[in-house]
Ligand binder design. Sequence first.
Ligand SMILES: [Cu+2]
Length: 202
Amino acid sequence: MRSGVVTFKLFRLAGGRGSFATVKAWSVAGLVAVALGAAPPVAACAQDGPAAPDPSWLQVDSVTKTVTFQLVAGLTGLNGALNFNGFRDGGLTLTVPVGWTVVMHFRNHDGMLPHSAEVITDAHPLPTGPVAPAFARAFTLRLEQGLISEQTDDLRFIADRGGSYLIFCGVPGHGAAGMWVRLEVSGSVHRPSLAATPAGKP
Ligand SMILES: [Cu+2]
């Protein structure tokens, strides 16, 4: 009966994502899960990206009020690598106190596609390409063309206005396809944090 469960899950995934590569990865994970006697839902969680953000992605200097974030485009194969740090569609939120300096060390880990990043105002619908950044210098070089595999660039800005923002890939079509996570600039927190959050439209 196990194989029946796995087949159902693969079918459901194929309908939801429509990605052959993802389905293939799932089928392997499912078979491994069955072989090990693990429950398929555990494998399902693992395939959706890290269950929790890696603490090493965030460095906090409370003296200079600077938060440094390792922002990695295409860290995993999730969503055809259209993800930041393995999260898509707002599934990761960086929260910083108002007035802090934010440094994002951007790196493109995707071996196939170019990517970029910019901080933009939360928008409906999502832009189809680059838009004006919400803060000065809150964008990478070659915002529209993207940086190629293993290229890096830094975003550096002062989060001087509270609100809800998106960390968005400016390469046409990527952001709208889910390549964005969230930045919250809050007047009611005293320390930056990074957390998995419900994925969905902004
Ligand atoms: Cu991209």
